[in-house]
Structures are given as structure tokens and as C-alpha cells.
Design a protein around this ligand. Structure first.
Ligand SMILES: [Zn+2]
Length: 387
């Protein structure tokens, strides 16, 4: 088989270590079939499913159920993240070693913080023993930042939780990964922890690298408090965006993770109050990172690394490399191709994105997953591919 990749970049299949596939429980938002199709359209060959389905992935039986659905309708590899606490309730621990033995690649209550330091310390100790990282959702419900639309997640709160968890690693050991870093102070704390030799890694979401709360609102043609801009952690100030970008380029943050969070459009209408949190992410991650390449914030090699080998290394996944003998998971993208996300151009069942109508550059042409070629190159290249 020949693939016409003229003008394209060929890189490892992208790896997303933070996604919400909404199975089980929310098939009106996304299914395993629609979510993994969107992932493949965005160049991803491995994605990690967070545990907050309904019911949550907090037992081996639930992991098995999710794996069975992926086996039957998944279009890319799905690694499973098990819950830290039973029912994500923050009180009783899940059976971590059973989750690990069922194949979970990480432990996380993502969507909820683990407020109990004792429980978090236990989870971190288990993470060291079992060899699976704890992914921390660093939110605390302590008030409101001036101007922040979401009442519950302040920069001070995020930094306090990051600081607490780094201190727990320092005292008790463990392998900590900080999800969706959004504030300048968090980046500083994580950098200092790494410099001290602690096993702490971090990810950033494409929207936190691209948008700030107020400065970008006019270019989006939307009031800053429109529900389509509501996400957790919230969009921050420009200085936070700059700090997260710098952290990504320095390697303090070595993964970009989408936090793909599909919701029906009806759930995103109205103001900040009633709207659901989150954006669809798989199909926009690569073009949004390429924006940072164009403005000189990242090299192309760095951008690809943050979407491939960085996240694969963080969770110990066999992915993100084109080395001989590794899996032939490959992404072929045209870095110059322009397109505009709309309800019609996105594959995910949910279309919730603040980037609708913005011109993006960079489009995936082929995603090769376990030997299967998914072509998005149109008729001409398809014929070439079959020649
Ligand atoms: Zn989260």
C-alpha cells in the first residue's frame, strides 16, 4: 500500500491521557464509537478514559465492562483510568491493586478533588507500590477569583492543592501527575518539585494554552460569560496562559491532554450558571498546538513530543514512538491545511467548543491504528493509497 503524504508531517499516533468518553451512563453526549471516531479524526491512536462515567470505573467489573465496549465498537486503543475512591465520593478507597491487575493505567477521581490528605497519601503510597500514577484534579471549593465565571475553582485553590499533593509525595513517596494545569503558581510549584527530584509530572489542555478569559472574548464574538466558554479549570488571565505555555516549552509540563468533555449543545446554552463544564477536544488539539508553533512558542518537534512520547512516558503506555519494533500507530497531518470547526466538520457526537468558526491550520490526513488506515484525505489520495 502506498500513502500519498506529500507536504505532510508523519509522526507517532497521538496519545491523550485525559478524556471523558461518557461511557457508561451518558450515551446522549458520546459513545465509545463516536468518541474514538473523533479521536482517530484528530490523529489519536491511544486515549485514556477517565473514571467518571455513571456508574464510575471503580471496580474490576466496571473496567471489564468498559473494555468489552471498547473491544466491540472502539476505533482506537483506550486505556482505562480507575477511580481513587469508591463511587468517586472522596471517602472510601477503591481496591487499587485489583484495578491495577485489571489493567488500569492510572488512578484518578478526575472531576472531583480528593479532599482528604490521608486518603491522597494512601493513594500515592499505592501508586509507588503498584507502579501506576495518581492523576490529581486539583480543585478546592474555597471562593471566587475576581472576574472568574466559575465560582468553585480559583487559582489560589488550585495552587494550594498542588502544593499539598507535592508535599505528600515529598513525605510519603509516590508518583503524582497533575491534570489540566491552569495557573502560573501551579507551574512554579511543579517546576520546583521536579528540580527537587520528586516524581511529579503535569499536563495542560489545549484551551488553557490558547484562550484567556477576557482578552480573547471579542475575537470569539462572545460575551466572556457565555456558557460555551465554561470549563473546569476555568479559562484564566493572560499571565496564566503565558505561564502554562512557558511550562510546556520548558518541559515542566510534558504532556498536552485534551480533557475531551463532550456535552449536548443544549447543556452549553445560556450563561455560566446553568451551563455544563467542558469542551470537545480530540479534533482540535493538534491544530491548536500548531498555533503555538507558528508563533514560535514551541518547535514542531516539541509540539509533537507533547502529544506523543511525553504523555506515553507519563502513564507508561506502549505508544508514542516510531522506533523499529514498536506499534505502527501513525499520524499523518498536513500542517498548512486550513479548516474551520463547525457542527458539520466535527465528528464527536457533541459539538461543544469555543473555537467554532475560528480558522485553524493543520488537518489530519491519515491515522494508522494497529495496521488499519483511516483516510481523511479525500478521493484523490484515497486512490493513491490504494494504488
Ligand atoms: Zn479534571
Amino acid at each position: 500500500m502506498t500513502i500519498d503524504a506529500r507536504g505532510c508531517v508523519v509522526c507517532p499516533g497521538l496519545v491523550d491521557i485525559h478524556a471523558h468518553l461518557r461511557y457508561p451512563g451518558f450515551v446522549e453526549k458520546e459513545t465509545i464509537a463516536s468518541g474514538t471516531s473523533a479521536a482517530v479524526r484528530g490523529g489519536f491512536t491511544t486515549v485514556c478514559a477517565m473514571a467518571n462515567g455513571e456508574p464510575p470505573t471503580d471496580s474490576p467489573a466496571r473496567v471489564e465492562q468498559l473494555n468489552a465496549m471498547v473491544q466491540s465498537e472502539g476505533r482506537c486503543r483506550v486505556a482505562v483510568v480507575g477511580a481513587i475512591t469508591r463511587n468517586l465520593a472522596g471517602s472510601g478507597p477503591a481496591d487499587w491493586s485489583a484495578l491495577k491487575h485489571e489493567g488500569c493505567t492510572a488512578l484518578s477521581d478526575d472531576g472531583n478533588p480528593v479532599m482528604s490528605p490521608e486518603l491522597m497519601a494512601d493513594a500515592l503510597r499505592a501508586s509507588e507500590r503498584l507502579g501506576v500514577p495518581v492523576i490529581a484534579h486539583e480543585e478546592t471549593r474555597d471562593g471566587t477569583d475576581a472576574g472568574a465565571p466559575n465560582p468553585c475553582w480559583t487559582c489560589a485553590g488550585e495552587a494550594a492543592m498542588v502544593e499539598r499533593d507535592i508535599e505528600l509525595v515529598r513525605r510519603y513517596g509516590g508518583r503524582l501527575h497533575i491534570a489540566h494545569v491552569s495557573c502560573d503558581r501551579s507551574v512554579e510549584l511543579i517546576g520546583a518539585a521536579q528540580a527537587a527530584g520528586l516524581a511529579v509530572t503535569a499536563e495542560a489542555a489545549p484551551h488553557h494554552l490558547d484562550l484567556s478569559l477576557c482578552e480573547d472574548a471579542p475575537s470569539l464574538g462572545l460575551p466572556p460569560a457565555h456558557g460555551c466558554r465554561k470549563v473546569n479549570p476555568p479559562l484564566r488571565a493572560r499571565r496564566d496562559v503565558e505561564a502554562v505555555r512557558a511550562g510546556l516549552s520548558d518541559g515542566i509540563i510534558d504532556s498536552v491532554a485534551t480533557d475531551h468533555a463532550p456535552h449536548a449543545l443544549s447543556e452549553k446554552l445560556g450563561g455560566m450558571g446553568p451551563a455544563a463544564f467542558g469542551f470537545t477536544g480530540f479534533e482540535l488539539a493538534l491544530p491548536l498546538l500548531l498555533r503555538l508553533v507558528r508563533v514560535g512558542q514551541l518547535s514542531l518537534v516539541q509540539a509533537i513530543a507533547r502529544l506523543t512520547c511525553g504523555p506515553a512516558r507519563t502513564l507508561g503506555l506502549d505508544a508514542g514512538s516510531l522506533a523499529v519494533g514498536r506499534r505502527a500507530d501513525i499520524c499523518v497531518f498536513d500542517p498548512l491545511s486550513e479548516w474551520t470547526p463547525t457542527r458539520d466538520t466535527l465528528v464527536s457526537k457533541s459539538k461543544n467548543s469555543p473555537f467554532h468558526g475560528q480558522k485553524l491550520q493543520g488537518r489530519v490526513r491519515f491515522t494508522i491504528q494497529a495496521g488499519e488506515v483511516h483516510s481523511f484525505a479525500g478521493d484523490h489520495a484515497l486512490r493513491a493509497a490504494r494504488a
